[in-house]
Design a protein around this ligand. Structure first.
Ligand code: NDP
Length: 617
């Protein structure tokens, strides 16, 4: 037993763990950083093709005006539409690349796909629609159905344009409106434009030698080929894999859900691992009617805020969600800063706080490592599945069947010791000197992230002769993460721009949508044809974000992490290189309160309005 001055006795050696983490990180750093990946454009277009849409779909171009155009029909666009309707704005057009609403849950229909946060806090608008999720963690078909439920309940299908890609958006100053073009020849105008294009919508593949000559059947996890595997999203019986040797590249949050399902059906499954995930207890179950008391007004917001309080280490008295997220938080943050100060009889120094956090992190990770040792029968496989980094360095995973899948006779783990798959021959996956023949290879290799917002949106936005990509080239500039100077009547919902760090992204989306709906409704009420943040207000907010000590500490934490999409593959130089982006330093609850109090104050502080001639008011 070691004695630690701050936390007492330790049954592990923190110095040895620190060294082990650094050593493992070193193995994974790749000089090409994010350049190791390629998107699904050009010769890889087939990997991005929509398996769920009618390829022969056609329609006449649309030329008209709506009050609001929302780019993106995932949870961001849907909640935006719902909150606008509630605020009295009815004339809404959502434009979506997919053939239906759903976003993430439109695309991701792989077997085993489910939300990784409790459904009652994750699904939007449950209280408004009086809908109780069927499982503690909803499966993808229910999430897609819920998207459709929102679309119908709020009339968002009426003007929606599906299978439509926006190609450009320009602010027409003289008309005080946005003008948009699409790949279907549409010419659309709107008073307000909301970008709700998601933050991980573009699939990516490893850009490795031979990828373009590899002949076995391939697809990306977000474009599951049920024609090849058998089954369908609601009944994923992958019967056609029973004589197939299937490879899966990746062991992130997606692969953790896919592996147990493919293992059940494939003759053989080979999982190629670069970095193991942390995989805790899921505790999936059907939700009885009394799972959550949905009769209390405001129950969903209260439950979400309680969960967020937990994640911030505020240790609320009750833990209604009570799952792997919150239970590990009990270990990660066993005392609030105030409790720690009381115990020490003084304010802890910054170094002490960092040390306290690090020691508790080792405890959390030791718990995950112990679980592997207990569940995995083969010691070598157990060792290979063991993660060596701090808990938040990668998306924490929870699953009841992932680890046990590696005890199956038909499942092989190919651990690449941090190097990853190195290439392909015409028939095999190559790892160093070794070749693995497969009939089918599933790329669970993730999505483009932490890249300029306009790239994720897929089109640029211009106002007064300046493109948004140009405006943000040196520095992302926003007021509260929802609008930017020089771009009137333009709003962002759900991207990673100067908002708050929130594990429950749908909670964040909802707070943003409420805020944007307020601004749009309020500016209409005041007869303003345009509204935009004043540059001084933007300067002040950007300064608050960029120079926040907490934000700087958060940046350093992620920069030191094992490489991944969270930290620009280990090469992050500024907060904007992180997936989380530069965020409001005091955390999500303080950020939500900032938005709420701004609205309550009522003067639209920091925004300039114009009542020049409107277009179609
Ligand atoms: P990730 O980016 O998390 O994982 C990609 C995986 O591919 C990693 O394991 C990566 O290894 C691996 N990889 C990449 N290149 C190679 C290579 N050359 N050789 C071997 N392995 C390689 O993508 P996911 O799709 O798993 O998850 C993306 C995000 O989607 C999650 O983090 C989560 O936020 C979200 N998600 C949410 C769910 C939900 O329920 N809400 C469910 C599933 C996903 P390495 O780690 O070493 O980079």
């Amino acid at each position: 037993m070691l004695q630690d001055a701050l936390v007492g006795q330790l049954d592990f050696d923190p110095v040895a763990l620190e060294q082990k983490y650094a050593e493992e990180r070193g193995k994974r750093i790749r000089p090409e950083g994010q350049g190791q990946y390629v998107g699904t454009g050009g010769k890889f277009a087939a990997f991005g093709a929509d398996p769920w849409a009618d390829p022969d779909f056609t329609r006449e171009p649309v030329r008209d005006h709506t009050t609001v155009i929302v780019a993106g029909g995932g949870f961001g666009g849907l909640v935006m539409g719902a909150r606008l309707r509630e605020a009295g704005v009815d004339d809404i057009r959502i434009i979506e690349i997919g053939a239906d609403f759903g976003g993430t849950w439109y695309w991701n229909r792989y077997p085993g796909a489910m939300c990784d946060l409790e459904a009652h806090i994750y699904l939007p608008l449950l209280e408004e629609l009086d809908y109780a999720p069927r499982h503690r963690y909803s499966y993808a078909p229910e999430l897609l159905q819920h998207s459709q439920r929102i679309g119908k309940a709020y009339g968002l299908y009426d003007k929606a344009l599906f299978q439509t890609t926006i190609t450009g958006a320009e602010w027409q100053e003289d008309q005080q409106r946005w003008f948009l073009t699409t790949d279907r020849g549409d010419e659309l105008t709107a008073d307000h434009l909301v970008l709700a294009c998601g933050r991980q919508s573009l699939p990516k593949l490893p850009n490795l030698p031979g990828i373009d000559v590899f002949r076995p059947h391939t697809f990306h996890s977000s474009r599951w080929d049920y024609g090849y595997t058998g089954g369908d999203p609601s009944q994923p019986d992958l019967t056609k894999l029973k004589d197939k040797r299937v490879g899966v590249i990746g062991t992130g949050a997606t692969a953790v859900q896919i592996v147990p399902e493919v293992a059940k059906w494939a003759k053989e499954l080979v999982v190629f691992q670069r970095t193991p995930s942390t995989v805790g207890v899921r505790g999936q179950c059907e939700t009885p009617a009394d799972w959550v008391d949905m009769s209390q007004p405001g129950w969903q917001r209260a439950r979400r805020e309680n969960f967020q309080s937990y994640l911030l280490g505020l240790r609320p008295d009750e833990d209604p969600v009570g799952d792997g997220w919150t239970k590990n938080l009990d270990i990660l943050i066993p005392e609030t800063a105030a409790q720690l100060a009381e115990r020490l009889g003084r304010t802890p120094t910054t170094e002490e706080l960092l040390h306290f956090a690090e020691i508790n992190d080792y405890k959390v990770m030791n718990g995950f490592r112990k679980r592997i040792a207990e569940l995995i029968e083969d010691p070598d496989t157990a060792a290979a599945l063991t993660p060596w980094y701090r808990w938040w360095c990668k998306r924490p995973c929870f699953h009841d069947d992932y680890l046990p899948a590696f005890n199956r006779e038909n499942v092989t783990l190919v651990d690449t010791d941090g190097q990853g798959v190195t290439g392909f021959t015409e028939t095999a996956v190559v790892v160093g000197e070794d070749e693995y023949e497969v009939d089918c290879l599933i790329f669970a290799t993730g999505f483009e992230a932490a890249i300029p917002y306009t790239r994720l949106a897929g089109f640029d936005v211009a106002a007064r002769g300046t493109a948004l990509s140009e405006h943000w080239k040196r520095q992302v500039r926003t007021l509260h993460g929802v609008s930017t100077d020089g771009f009137p009547n333009l709003f962002f919902v759900g991207g990673n721009v100067q908002t708050a760090m929130a594990v429950n992204a749908v909670h964040l989306i909802d707070e943003l949508a409420l805020h944007v709906a307020y601004i749009i409704a309020e500016s209409r009420e005041r007869g303003l044809s345009s509204v935009e943040p004043a540059s001084a207000g933007v300067d002040e907010y950007v300064d608050l974000i960029v120079n926040s000590e907490k934000n700087k500490a958060s940046f350093q934490f992620y920069a030191d992490c094992t490489p991944g999409y969270y930290n620009g593959e280990g090469n992050a130089k500024t907060g904007e290189d992180l997936f989380s982006g530069a965020r409001y330093g005091d955390g999500a609850l303080a950020y939500y309160e900032l938005l709420r109090s701004w609205r309550a104050e009522g003067s639209m502080a920091g925004m300039d309005g114009s009542s020049g001639h409107g277009s179609a008011r």
